[in-house]
Design a binder for this molecule. Structure first.
Ligand SMILES: [Zn+2]
Length: 281
């Protein structure tokens, strides 16, 4: 194919497919809203009661309204004080208000004040106003605190700041299941929990949470995990598929710090004539 007109089309096609494959490499995370620490029957009962009382209030308002005219006529005829009549008429609105309050209480105890969590390829994140995230490469320890019934996560956040947080199993059971699943898949070395305790933990339910598709990992401006050299050009970077540590393609080690083999990511340059190879070893 030396036709000068087809040549550029072919190469651009190749480029697009390369870009496409990079883009379609699945990257997602799950978002978990905290569950109420109160049992679900209580939430259902209170909300249901609220709705029923509101209905009763509305009904008695309509019922009262239809008798209002008659009552007014009767009130005008006899000398009954209008005050007492109005007080009786106000009852439906009290019932409505009580129903609304109950419904509100149901909503309040049905939602927890715990912050939403995200678990997925980029790590574990907490949504408190803005998103604070700990990449898998930043996690140094995941343990179980039996007294608090919570998962303890220690490490550094994305900005390098030390960060420790707890994920209570009562309000975030689904997130706990997914944190453990992802951590055991990606950075098994940091999970410091006995096997029999692990067996008691919530499972990672494939339907749990809200699955969010993510953009491909942004590598430009990030540092090589070994040499700390800044990546300035995307094709220079190689990313560990497990923990998302970033390496310069010239200095990809055989094994990532997370334990994953990086042999498939190593270029011939890195494998053979890499002068830094020995320094690191
Ligand atoms: Zn890795």
């Amino acid at each position: 194919m030396s036709d000068p007109q087809t040549e550029p089309t072919l190469s651009s096609k190749k480029e697009t497919s390369a870009r496409k494959s990079r883009r379609t490499s699945r990257r997602y995370e799950r978002r978990f809203v905290a569950q109420s620490p109160y049992s679900s029957w209580l939430v259902t009962t209170v909300s249901g009661l609220g709705a029923a009382v509101m209905g009763a209030g509305a009904w008695s308002y309509v019922y009262g309204e239809s008798f209002k005219k008659a009552a007014e006529v009767a009130a005008a005829a006899s000398d009954a004080s209008p005050q007492s009549f109005f007080r009786v008429e106000a009852v439906p609105s009290y019932i409505l208000a009580a129903g609304a309050a109950l419904t509100g209480l149901g909503i309040w105890i049905g939602t927890s004040s715990e912050t939403p969590l995200r678990v997925g390829a980029p790590g574990i994140a907490m949504e408190r106003g803005e998103i604070r995230r700990m990449a898998w490469s930043g996690v140094s320890k995941i343990a179980w605190e039996a007294a608090a019934l919570a998962l303890l996560v220690e490490g550094d956040d994305e900005t390098g700041q030390a960060w420790t947080f707890r994920v209570p199993v009562k309000s975030h059971a689904e997130a706990v299941g997914w944190i453990l699943r992802e951590a055991l898949d990606r950075v098994p070395g940091v999970v410091d929990i006995d096997k029999d305790v692990l067996d008691q933990m919530p499972r990672a339910n494939p339907h749990a949470g809200e699955k969010l598709d993510l953009e491909p990992l942004q590598v430009v401006g990030k540092r090589d995990a070994l040499t700390q050299k800044i990546i300035s050009y995307e094709p220079e970077a190689r990313v560990c598929t497990r923990c998302e540590r970033i390496y310069d393609k010239k200095s990809v080690p055989e094994t990532c710090k997370c334990g994953a083999s990086l042999l498939a990511l190593r270029t011939s340059e890195a494998a053979e004539g890499d002068p830094n190879q020995e320094e690191r070893a």
